[in-house]
Design a protein around this ligand. Structure first.
Ligand code: HEC
Length: 184
């Protein structure tokens, strides 16, 4: 992707960004980055199209039904499991592991202290030859429709119906929403 193309994508996407990793890239890291890029772009396109219809309640259904399929599809070619996690999940299935929670806490602390998380990622090889990977997801304007402090009553009602244990509202612009995950 060209530099201009990438900046455009970052502005439009509202999802996490990829950037330079300090160490020497290996196959796992490149695969994780590529798969998470695809996952983020596909989610963005699906969500954007759903929101563009002007019916955020219907968009909830689209995200809810399509996100797992998009994750599976984006990771399949590289043999990766992809997902999203949050310390305040909407879907309880998206609760973080112990390791993921630790990284999210560290990132939230840095963000609160004024750090810019753009380009942050965490890549840890595992003893079995696999790895785990995390990339932060920051709250952007379109996210506030369903994760913000002033969710419209119809949207809130639908969320309550589908997610009785929803903890994923009350976010403000720029806050850490969670992370993309990749593992092999
Ligand atoms: C139309 C409503 C809607 C909008 C807009 C929306 N989301 Fe969500 N979000 C959801 C729903 C519904 C889920 C639960 C999906 C599931 O069941 O796996 C979710 C789940 C998530 C998760 C997974 C963790 C969890 O809480 O279960 C993350 C991370 C997330 N959203 C980030 C974002 C970001 C970042 C944006 C803005 C770019 C955004 N969302 C915009 C409805 C929305």
């Amino acid at each position: 992707m060209s530099r201009i193309g990438l900046s455009w994508w970052l502005v439009m996407a509202g999802f996490g960004v990829s950037a330079a990793f300090a160490g020497a890239p290996d196959d796992g890291l490149a695969a994780a980055r590529g798969a998470v890029d695809r996952f983020g772009a596909a989610l963005q396109a699906t969500l954007g199209a759903a929101l563009a219809t002007g019916d955020p309640v219907a968009a909830i259904g689209v995200c809810n039904e399509q996100a797992p399929g998009i994750a599976a599809q984006s990771g399949a070619a590289a043999g990766l499991q992809l997902g999203r996690v949050s310390r305040r999940p909407r879907n309880p299935a998206n609760a973080p592991t112990h390791w993921q929670r630790g990284v999210l806490e560290q990132w939230a602390t840095e963000l609160a202290a004024g750090a810019d998380l753009a380009g942050r990622e965490e890549f840890v090889p595992t003893p079995d030859g696999g790895f785990r990977y995390l990339r932060p997801i920051i709250i952007r304007p379109p996210c506030l429709v369903c994760h913000g402090t002033a969710v419209a009553p119809a949207v809130a009602a639908e969320l309550r119906k589908k997610y009785p244990d929803d903890r994923a509202t009350g976010y403000r612009l720029g806050e850490l929403r969670g992370a993309f995950t990749a593992a092999r």
